[in-house]
Write a protein of this length. Structure first.
Ligand code: HEC
Length: 206
């Protein structure tokens, strides 16, 4: 058999396989097809939102008992006030050690959620400024002295013009972002590669 004929034959075979496959795709995707042994296909349990004659309120999905704390969540007992922000500063300590991995994650959180206002280096000149009022530089005396717990309160509840980031950033990631804020303040040595690159980029291209 010549090479040409072998190629033709395999092309034909490929076409045949393709057409069988594509007919297979045209079936109703919502239909499970033939069911030979339906035992497990038809569940006997109640669906989460189905009415239920066995429970007191007639609903399947039950509300958690008041005061229930989800796994991994640490409840916070602070008000959105300046007094409680300072109290958080006295009472809370960063539970996350400043390992390279934690700092890298903190940098990512900062780049995602904080940089737009606070700027790559935390100087208060993010790309949205001055359309949004400039935040203070992290290097101001007040912020250099601010306790980790108060920064945690700030990210969790927001302050003045700064919104809360509690719903976007997990508590642990907020602490990691604080590790990175500390680094921006010069607490732990040389700036990271991203910072150096950002500092070298021309204005307006941040
Ligand atoms: C939408 C813009 C914006 C974003 C995003 C933002 N901030 Fe702010 N931040 C501000 C402004 C504005 C202030 C000054 C608040 C004020 O009016 O006193 C501020 C203040 C702060 C302060 C000082 C609080 C105080 O009591 O003076 C800290 C610390 C801070 N931000 C950290 C962060 C961190 C960390 C993130 C990211 C998780 C972040 N911010 C995201 C706008 C922002």
């Amino acid at each position: 058999m010549s090479v040409m004929r072998t190629m033709k034959a395999s092309a034909f075979l490929a076409l045949a396989v393709l057409s069988v496959l594509s007919t297979g795709c045209r079936r109703d995707p919502a239909s499970p097809g033939y069911t030979y042994m339906p035992d497990m296909a038809i569940p006997v349990s109640y669906d989460a939102y189905a009415p239920n004659p066995n429970t007191r309120d007639g609903q399947t999905l039950q509300r958690p008992v008041p005061g229930t704390v989800p796994r991994g969540m640490h409840p916070l007992h602070y008000e959105v006030t300046a007094t409680d922000a300072e109290r958080a500063g006295r009472e809370l300590a960063n539970p996350i050690a400043a390992t390279p991995a934690a700092l890298a994650r903190g940098e990512k959180v900062f780049q995602t959620f904080c940089r737009v206002c606070h700027g790559d280096l935390g100087l208060g000149n993010g790309p949205i400024v001055p359309k949004f009022p400039a935040p203070p530089s992290y290097r101001t005396e007040r912020l250099l002295r601010m306790a980790d717990g108060q920064i945690f309160h700030t990210i969790t509840y927001g302050t003045a013009l700064m919104p809360s980031y509690a719903s976007q950033i997990t508590a642990d990631d907020r602490w990691r972002a604080i590790l990175f804020v500390r680094r921006l303040q010069g607490a732990s040595g040389a700036p990271s590669e991203t910072q150096t690159a950002a500092a070298e980029r021309p204005e307006g291209r941040r």
